[in-house]
Write a protein that binds this ligand. Structure first.
Ligand SMILES: NC(=O)C1=CN([C@@H]2O[C@H](COP(=O)(O)OP(=O)(O)OC[C@H]3O[C@@H](n4cnc5c(N)ncnc54)[C@H](OP(=O)(O)O)[C@@H]3O)[C@@H](O)[C@H]2O)C=CC1
Ligand SMILES: Nc1nc(=O)c2c([nH]1)NC[C@@H]1CN(c3ccc(C(=O)N[C@@H](CCC(=O)O)C(=O)O)cc3)C=[N+]21
Length: 284
């Protein structure tokens, strides 16, 4: 079987051309302003700094400005909340990305939930999660949202499929499960207290690895013909799924790198352009 490679890098690149055209139209309509994504990085974790930089670079590729806010690791919850509230009130800002994780002493959930819904382009608020889950309008979490867009780009049929999501984190596994449920999959959510993980994964028509442990999901757990989505990302281009032995016996798979990662960033940028266009329509 020749597997379809779910090439997130290529889909993201194609979408960027369309986004650049939309940004140009926005500039035309506003006398030269661009949509603006505000990124907030707290502390000095080098990996997080790299991801935030990649997001700012993606903004630049489509002609958008970004506003980079860097705060020391000693920032308090109240100080971070004050920054977010100021961005909410800034009419030039069309999206906020608060990079996860923030230092442990900060109440990350409170800070995520302080982001106004209309500029929650990374889809991290509780209200946005609830609205997405209920099928109401909201920006879904960017990584699972990007995965859904990638599956759609390749015409992967989801209704009736058994999707097994390994991981239940607030910005990845849990919203992923709800999006697949809304796409009419039968969904199993696995986590660290799951008993018999290999047996559950063996039932999957669609498996999503979102565990955060390199090559933790073994190739032998995955059935022939499955669709394999690896959301994991570890230094050295290793995902959460042992991928190499699978590439000839699954229906489709996301490579690491070049699969989910570029789609995450692309979804964030696309949502920000969307938010900017809505602001213009409503003269917000
Ligand atoms: N490419 C991209 O755009 C992105 C990639 N990532 C990557 O995705 C991965 C997951 O990230 P994230 O969701 O933030 O990670 P978290 O650490 O927040 O969540 C990991 C999840 O995996 C579960 N888990 C841990 N150990 C096991 C186990 N032994 N068996 C079954 N489940 C287990 C945890 O269960 P429990 O809830 O019980 O603790 C938890 O729900 C990471 O590799 C990260 O780098 C993340 C975001 C974006
Ligand atoms: N609020 C929040 N939202 C996030 O979406 C978020 C976050 N916090 N914290 C950290 C994770 C991680 N993350 C990645 C995004 C892109 C790549 C990516 O594009 N990776 C490239 C490879 C890049 C390289 O060359 O190293 C790829 O997979 O091809 C990876 C990881 C978003 N995250």
């Amino acid at each position: 079987m020749t597997a379809i490679i779910l090439d997130g890098k290529a889909v993201a690149a194609r979408t960027e051309e369309e986004l650049a055209a939309r940004v140009a139209r926005f500039k035309g309509a506003t006398g030269g302003r661009t949509p603006i994504l505000a990124t907030i990085l707290v502390g000095d974790d080098p990996a997080s700094a790299t991801y935030v930089k990649m997001k700012a670079n993606a903004c630049a590729r489509v002609g958008m400005d970004s506003l980079r806010i860097e705060l020391p690791a000693s920032t308090t919850t109240d100080e971070l909340l004050a920054q977010i509230l100021a961005l909410n009130r800034n009419p030039d800002v069309h999206g906020i990305l608060l990079q996860h994780p923030v230092p442990a002493h900060i109440n990350e959930r409170a800070c995520f939930d302080a982001i106004s819904g209309h500029i929650d382009v990374d889809g991290v608020t509780s209200l946005g999660f609830g609205r997405m889950t209920m099928g109401e309008s909201a920006y879904g979490s960017a990584t699972p949202g990007g995965i859904m867009r990638l599956l759609a780009a390749y015409g992967i049929e989801l209704p009736g499929k058994h999707a097994v999501v390994v991981g239940r984190s607030p910005i990845l596994g849990k919203p992923m499960a709800m999006m697949l449920l809304n796409a009419d999959c039968t969904v199993t959510i696995c986590h660290s207290r799951t008993v018999n993980l290999p047996d559950l994964v063996k039932q999957a028509d669609v498996v999503v690895g979102a565990v955060g442990k390199p090559a933790f999901i073994k190739a032998e757990w995955i059935k022939d013909g499955a669709v394999v989505v690896d959301a994991g990302y570890h230094p050295g281009g290793i995902g959460d799924i042992e991928l190499a032995p699978l590439t000839h016996r699954v229906a489709a798979y996301t490579p690491v790198p070049g699969g989910v990662g570029p789609m995450t960033i692309n979804t964030l940028i696309a949502n920000c352009v969307d938010s900017a266009e809505k602001a213009l329509e409503q003269k917000r």
